[in-house]
Write a protein that binds this ligand. Structure first.
Ligand code: AMP
Length: 218
């Protein structure tokens, strides 16, 4: 059976970290629109140049751009056995686009689809964001305030110099939370009504959240 997971939750609630762990265990494909957009920005493609303006302001990149990226990605062979969507959909409009894409891609498939809601009080998330660094080589994510790195400023796994995302500053982070509450949070209701929402208490340690995640996705 094809397995499809959609991760929904506020910025920095741990979706990316948990998805990476789950991918390592399940082999499902990690489809992360934020990373794909950052790659397009770095490559200065036409879509990337437009996307940057929105990302710098903490707003959603226009649906025409994201819709095309996601359709191309989900249509690839490596998503045939299943995927984990991290960062898409992010609005009711995008949920409809996803419905249309999957109606076509999954028409002859038996699918187990679950939407995982990372339930988390947002009090400390801005602090988490400004202290977040990532490894440009292997993608690992660290919090430089709560974790002690083996070598200062370097990735614990591959020793590459860590970087901070351009939008991980306080001002953009605040705007990203507004965008989340206005446009993304309504998805929770939508998927709850459809009956495929599962909730994870995302406030625990990485291992606690991972254990809870595995339990709810079955
Ligand atoms: P993320 O890495 O998921 O935190 O996303 C970083 C930024 O990329 C967001 O603040 C948006 O500007 C943009 N972005 C990521 N995914 C989407 C999406 N599904 N729709 C529109 N913009 C997105």
């Amino acid at each position: 059976m094809k397995k499809e997971l959609i991760m929904v939750g506020p910025p920095a609630s741990g979706k990316g970290t948990q998805t990476k762990k789950l991918v390592a265990e399940t082999g499902l494909k990690h489809v992360d629109t934020g990373s794909m957009l950052r790659e397009a920005v770095a490559a200065k493609t036409e879509a990337g140049v437009i996307a940057k303006e929105y990302m710098d302001k903490g707003q959603l990149v226009p649906v025409e751009i994201v819709g095309r990226i996601i359709k191309d990605r989900l249509s690839k062979d490596d998503c045939k056995k299943g995927f984990i969507l991290d960062g898409f959909p992010r609005s009711l409009e995008q949920a409809e686009i996803l419905d249309n894409i999957l109606a076509e891609l999954d028409k002859d498939e038996d699918v187990d689809m679950k939407v995982v809601y990372f339930d988390m009080p947002i009090d400390n998330l801005i602090e988490r964001i400004v202290n977040r660094r990532s490894c440009p080589a292997c993608g690992a994510i660290f919090n430089v305030k709560t974790m002690t790195l083996k070598k200062d400023g370097k990735c614990d796994f591959c020793e590459t110099e860590l970087v901070q995302r351009a939008d991980d500053n306080e001002e953009t982070a605040k705007s990203r939370f507004n965008t989340y509450f206005e446009q993304t949070a309504p998805l929770i209701d939508l998927y709850e009504k459809r009956g495929n929402l599962v909730k994870v208490n995302a406030a625990g340690t990485i291992d606690e959240v991972f254990a809870a995640l595995k339990e709810v996705i079955g």
